[in-house]
Design a protein. Structure first.
Length: 416
């Protein structure tokens, strides 16, 4: 139809598409699948998932949107929302997620490193963007791509001032204060010199001042969180008075938004909550999981009792067994720590434990007693097992499971 400005191929029905689509139609592409329930587009997702590569991460953009709205409903009037899209939006994509956030008019985006910001700019993300860790070799890109650096230390500040004065230009910056996290940031003792430096240069506009809570998710750290908040507001006040500025002030992450509504200040920084994890676990039920990691069975075999499976011969068949080799390994972000029964994946609705060591590109599952065939789908995480269960099994946190999923794994976005 004429609404398509881009080259388009049209199909009358989902069935027609499924019949006529071929494997070599798609290469290195991000695919958005969108349509009402009756069209059963999940059949298209399934088909493409198999055709692209055995392993795909499916991202539900509607779920992401619902999570965004949930956190938005927590904001007091006038409080701005910055969304953390570092590490490819916690592994969920990058410009695809940023586009959705841009469309939904959040106030700010934040990334960890300049390259992440550059990539978003190249994909048409034009909203204000903070970059947290900026080294001198990236100053040129910061200017070129209209990025706003976090400034966290006197050495960095001096080199940035020199660069900007040499370039004869101005830059919006965000001042980071260390109130107890002890990662990046100016300390109390730095303030005098910080103020002196900022007073002598016209090259910087302080858009915001912020700090980060070290234990916002846990009640045991409540007193410490409070002391961080108090220290932050005091330090910020000194800066505001001395420099006669009124920047945006912010200290809360996702967990803080749930537990400390009284610390919202002018802006909050939403991260993991958007991606479906309520870090305090008090309101997990209010969020929707956004991602499902799927792979496929590459080969089936039968082994006799006593035979071993995989490298190091660590997996031993305790009885005559059916083994499925699946197309995901530690190079895809499926940690080697999941080996030797640490976790079971879901095959045709049944739990199949990992047997033996996880390989770089493949993993073997014990599927004895499960009705399976080569090519069948395997759920690595989703409704079951959950990312939480995977994280728990190897002593890590959902953040790490999500961000480990390598770029080799195709992301498929859908609404549903
Ligand atoms: C990553 C990050 C956040 C978001 O934290 P979540 O726990 O994911 O909500 C907020 N602030 C800073 C400075 C961060 O680095």
């Amino acid at each position: 139809s004429s609404v398509f400005q881009l080259p388009a191929e049209l199909y009358k029905t989902t069935d027609q598409f499924l019949k006529e689509a071929t494997a070599d139609q798609f290469h290195d592409e991000n695919i958005l699948i969108k349509g009402a329930r009756p069209f059963e587009f999940e059949r298209v997702t399934n088909l493409l998932s198999e055709k692209i590569h055995g392993t795909v991460l499916e991202i539900n953009l509607d779920a992401l949107n619902d999570n965004l709205n949930y956190y938005r409903s927590k904001l007091q009037d006038g409080v701005k929302l910055m969304v953390m899209v570092k590490a490819s939006a916690y592994g969920s994509g990058s410009h695809e997620i940023a586009s959705l956030l841009q469309h939904n008019r959040v106030d700010y985006l934040a990334v960890a490193y300049p390259d992440e910001g550059v990539e978003l700019r190249k994909h048409g993300i034009h909203m204000p963007m903070m970059v947290m860790n900026v080294a001198p070799e990236s100053y040129h890109n910061i200017l070129k791509y209209d990025l706003e650096p976090e400034v966290y230390g006197l050495g960095q500040l001096r080199s940035l001032i020199k660069f900007l004065e040499d370039e004869n230009t101005q830059l919006p910056i965000h001042l980071k204060l260390d109130t107890g996290m002890h990662r990046l940031g100016f300390e109390d003792k730095d303030l005098k010199e910080l103020i002196a430096l900022l007073k002598t240069t016209p090259s910087m506009e302080i858009v915001s001042i912020y700090s980060h809570l070290a234990g916002a998710d846990e009640e045991t750290h409540n007193a410490f969180s409070k002391s961080q908040f108090v220290a932050f507001t005091e330090m910020a006040q000194v800066l505001e008075r001395s420099l006669n500025i009124r920047p945006i002030k912010h200290i809360l992450n996702s967990a803080g938004m749930i537990r400390f509504p009284e610390y919202q200040l002018d802006m909050v920084r939403l991260g993991i909550g958007l991606y479906g994890f309520e870090a305090t676990r008090q309101e997990q039920g209010q969020l929707r999981p956004i991602s499902t990691l799927k792979t496929v069975i590459s080969q089936m075999r039968e082994v006799k009792k006593g035979e071993t499976i995989g490298y190091g011969r660590n997996g031993m068949a305790k009885r005559d067994s059916k083994i499925a080799t699946v197309a995901i390994g530690y190079a895809d972000g499926f940690s080697r720590a999941f080996g030797n029964g640490k976790i079971s994946l879901l095959v045709n609705g049944k739990a199949a434990p990992v047997i033996g060591n996880v390989c770089m590109d493949m993993t073997m599952l014990d599927v004895t007693g499960i009705n399976v065939r080569e090519g069948d789908e395997v759920i690595v995480f989703g409704e079951h097992p959950t990312i939480m269960e995977l994280a728990g099994a190897i002593g890590t946190i959902p953040y790490e499971i999500l961000t480990n999923i390598s770029s080799r794994v195709t992301r498929v976005f859908y609404s549903g």
